[in-house]
Design a protein around this ligand. Sequence first.
Ligand code: SF4
Ligand code: SF4
Length: 431
Amino acid sequence: MASRSANLLTSLDYSVVQQCMHCGMCLPTCPTYMETKQERNSPRGRISLMRSIADGELEVTRAFADEMYYCLGCLACETACPAGVKYAELFETARAEVERTGAAGHGQRDFWRWLTLEVLFMRPRLLRFIGRLLHLYQSSGLERLVRASGLLWLLPRKLRELEPQTPRIAPENSDALIANVEAPVTKKYRVGLLTGCVQDLAFSNINRDTADVLLANGCEVITPRAQHCCGSLHAHNGAIELAQELARTQIDSFELDSLDAIITNAGGCGSHLKKYAHLLHDDPAYAKKAQQWDRKVKDIHEWLVQIGFRKPEVGCGVDTVTYHESCHLCHGQKVVSQPRALLKSIPGLTLAELPESNWCCGSAGIYNITQPEQSAKLLERKVGHIAKTNATVVATSNPGCHLQLRNGLGDVYTVTQPVTLLAQAYRAEQG
Ligand code: SF4
Ligand code: SF4
């Protein structure tokens, strides 16, 4: 059993651990609590468990590990909490403690964690190479042949069930679509653009749209080549040291002093990217740079509203859209009104508000892989609400949500992002 002195929850500032006053206001906003109505599946219950471990009253057990991985990390509880509980910090530390103690078990799990967190998402060129192979497999007809041949039955059951959810890989990555430096007609700002890893593999076109919208608003766009993962996947899954390594790499890949902002268009990444100062607070070489970094990171919608973006003169070819909020954009970054402002600025476009727009869709990082049943229930609930809006176009701003909705909605619907619709409207102005 790991020693209590090295317990990561013990090392947290105690004010964070004891912040919860047990009022229960977060309970109706917590998707896992609303599913089971069990106290241990609620924010209050989880925080109480974490505190008991920090106080040395409980050990980190398999049951605790399962609870931490049943939590979506959606942060709806942070929004609801009147006491300002820092649930994200508690949750990431608790998961890191689970991994440090090995309480979640070993075997196959260790292999998949090693392959994804330590190999693929630490090596952008390798990740892209795998992405190219996958694109070839998908676009050449081989995928169709393999599916029709029944060969997929040779896969283990879990992999077989996940196979239909494999993201469609974009034909080109962001580096092929966006130059290292792109200049607007009249320059007012200089910004760095983060291309992400899943966004880059599956939605490089959205990165291109983001660059176009920035250019149309007077921003010179600097896009470093072959960018690394931001580390959010690592931090959310208890691999804090790898997350720190990736944060240092990200900071080094931008000339911070020369930029007005560093732009992210992925809600999940942005929430993590804005917390590098916390992640690197005890690193003497990076603590100051990380503070500067946090001040400059902006979500694309947040930045556009901040600089007073230009409203397009013509429409984008879509009449009605509904908007699903990425948890880490609305709860993690509190960016709520800005994506709606973008959508409402487009002539002829009606925004049909989605009931429970800020309720998790079940994507939650890799939750759809680790907790497929609960993820499917959340997706079904989301799809039901989308159907009520009568919109057949759904905008969201996180690649995980985008993929999850696409898997749940089928071909009748178009899933897109607010920035793509804005880019379409700007392009339509050119005739
Ligand atoms: S992060 Fe989401 S699932 Fe986890 S406790 Fe908070 S509201 Fe519940
Ligand atoms: S709302 Fe905040 S203070 Fe109240 S029980 Fe939930 S986490 Fe604790």
